[in-house]
Design a protein around this ligand. Structure first.
Ligand SMILES: [Fe+2]
Length: 384
C-alpha cells in the first residue's frame, strides 16, 4: 500500500511540473551579451539572453548620477517572459556618457491568473557614450566574411584597437548559415561582446550567407536594425552611411533555394527606397557619404545574378548621388577601384576574408587602412 501511495505522489508531482521545479536549482544567469544596437544621439537598444524566462529592464545612470529604470511595453503589455531580451532606452543626450546595467527578473511560472517570480539578476554597469551630433570626426572598423571564425574576428578586433573606435561594421557573411541562434553566438557575437559590443555598437550588414538556413528568418530578433529593415541610413559625425542589402547571389529559381527565394521583388522594393534615400536631406547635406553593401556594385563582364542586378539598377542611382566611398566584401579578395574604374563615379574598397579596414573620416578626407589578421598594414587609401 505504501508503494502504491509513493507511486501516486511521484506521478502527481511529475504531472504538475513540481518535480521539475524541485530539481531545477540552476540560478538565473545572463547567457549572452549584453550588446548595444541602433545607438544614436538620443537612444540605444540593449540586447541580452538569459538561461530562464525573465522580465527585462535596464538601469541607466546619467552624468547627474540619477538612475532611471527602463522597461519596454507593446500594446499595453510589459515585454517579458522570453529568454532573449531587447530594451530600447530613449531620452538620452547627444555626446554624453552613461552607465547601464541589465536587470532580469526570473519568471518561475506564467499563467493567466498566477505569475511567480524568482531571482532578480543585475549585471555590473557598463559605460557607453552617445554620438555627438556636432562631431567632425568618426572612426570605425570594417570586418566581413568571418564565416563563423570567431578566433579570426578576435584578432581583427584586438589588432584594430576596437576600444579606440566609435563602432564596428560587420559587412556580411559573419556566419555560413543559420540553423540555430548558437551559430550567431559562437560565430561572432560572444567574441564581439568580449571585446567591445557591450560598450560600443556594431552595424550588421546582411550578406548572402546570412540568408541561408531555417533561422535566417529570425535574425532581426537578435539585433535592432533601424526602422526594422536590413537597408537603412544613419548618421555618425560628418558621415551619412547608407547600408544596403545585396540579397542572394543566384537567381531565385536556382535549385539550391528549393523554391524559397524571392530576392527579385525584394531588391526592386529596396531600389525604390534607395532612390528616395539619395534625395533625402540627411544624405544630401552630409559632409561625406559612405555606402556599405556586402556584394560590390561594380560593372564587370561576368557577374552572378545578384551582382548583375545591383550593377544594372543600384549602380546608376548611386553614380549620380555623390557617393564618396563604397565598402564591400564577398569576393574574398582585396581590391580597390579608383573612381570610374568600378564603372561608376565612386571609389570602391573591397575587403577580403583575411583582412580588416580601419577608417577615419573628417570633413577633409576619408582615410582607410587595410590590415591583415596579424595587424600588418596591406594598403592605405586617402580619399579627398
Ligand atoms: Fe558573400
Amino acid at each position: 500500500m505504501r508503494k502504491v501511495c509513493l507511486l501516486i505522489i511521484i506521478a502527481y508531482v511529475f504531472i504538475n511540473g513540481t518535480f521539475a521545479q524541485i530539481i531545477d536549482n540552476e540560478n538565473l544567469i545572463v547567457t549572452h551579451g549584453p550588446w548595444l544596437q541602433n545607438l544614436d544621439a538620443n537612444g540605444v537598444t540593449v540586447i541580452w539572453t538569459t538561461n530562464k524566462p525573465a522580465v527585462p529592464g535596464v538601469n541607466i545612470t546619467g552624468p547627474d548620477g540619477k538612475i532611471r529604470f527602463v522597461r519596454n511595453s507593446h500594446d499595453g503589455i510589459i515585454d517579458g517572459g522570453g529568454m532573449t531580451h531587447k530594451v530600447r532606452v530613449n531620452g538620452l543626450e547627444s555626446g554624453t556618457t552613461y552607465k547601464y546595467s541589465v536587470h532580469s527578473v526570473q519568471i518561475m511560472k506564467y499563467q493567466a491568473y498566477k505569475v511567480y517570480y524568482g531571482d532578480t539578476l543585475v549585471r555590473k554597469p557598463v559605460t557607453f557614450t552617445t554620438p555627438d551630433v556636432k562631431s567632425e570626426k568618426v572612426s570605425f572598423l570594417v570586418v566581413n566574411d568571418v564565416h563563423n571564425n570567431s578566433g579570426k574576428l578576435a584578432s581583427y578586433l584586438k589588432k584594430g584597437n576596437i576600444g579606440e573606435k566609435d563602432f564596428c561594421i560587420f559587412n556580411g557573411d559573419m556566419v555560413d548559415f543559420l540553423q540555430s541562434p548558437e551559430e550567431l553566438f559562437s560565430g561572432f557575437l560572444d567574441s564581439s561582446v568580449m571585446y567591445f559590443a557591450s560598450a560600443k555598437p556594431f552595424y550588421y550588414v546582411r550578406g548572402n550567407h546570412e540568408t541561408r538556413g531555417y533561422k535566417a528568418r529570425e535574425i532581426k530578433y537578435y539585433f535592432d536594425f533601424k526602422d526594422g529593415m536590413y537597408y537603412y541610413g544613419f548618421d555618425y559625425g560628418p558621415v551619412h552611411f547608407t547600408v544596403l542589402d545585396c540579397g542572394e547571389d543566384k537567381p531565385d529559381n536556382n535549385k539550391n533555394y528549393f523554391g524559397l527565394a524571392d530576392y527579385d521583388s525584394y531588391r526592386a522594393e529596396e531600389l525604390e527606397w534607395l532612390k528616395k534615400e539619395v534625395k533625402s536631406e540627411a544624405f544630401r547635406n552630409a559632409g561625406k557619404r559612405i555606402v556599405i553593401i556586402h556584394m560590390p556594385i561594380v560593372k564587370e563582364e561576368k557577374q552572378n545574378n545578384g551582382m548583375k542586378y545591383l550593377s544594372d539598377y543600384f549602380g546608376p542611382v548611386l553614380n549620380d548621388a555623390g557617393v564618396n566611398l563604397m565598402l564591400s566584401a564577398h569576393t574574398h579578395r582585396n581590391t580597390f577601384y579608383e573612381p570610374g574604374k568600378s564603372g561608376f563615379s565612386y571609389p570602391l574598397l573591397v575587403n577580403s576574408n583575411n583582412s580588416f579596414i580601419e577608417i577615419v573620416v573628417d570633413r577633409k578626407e576619408i582615410k582607410a587602412v587595410v590590415k591583415d589578421v596579424t595587424g600588418k598594414q596591406l594598403a592605405e587609401y586617402t580619399i579627398d
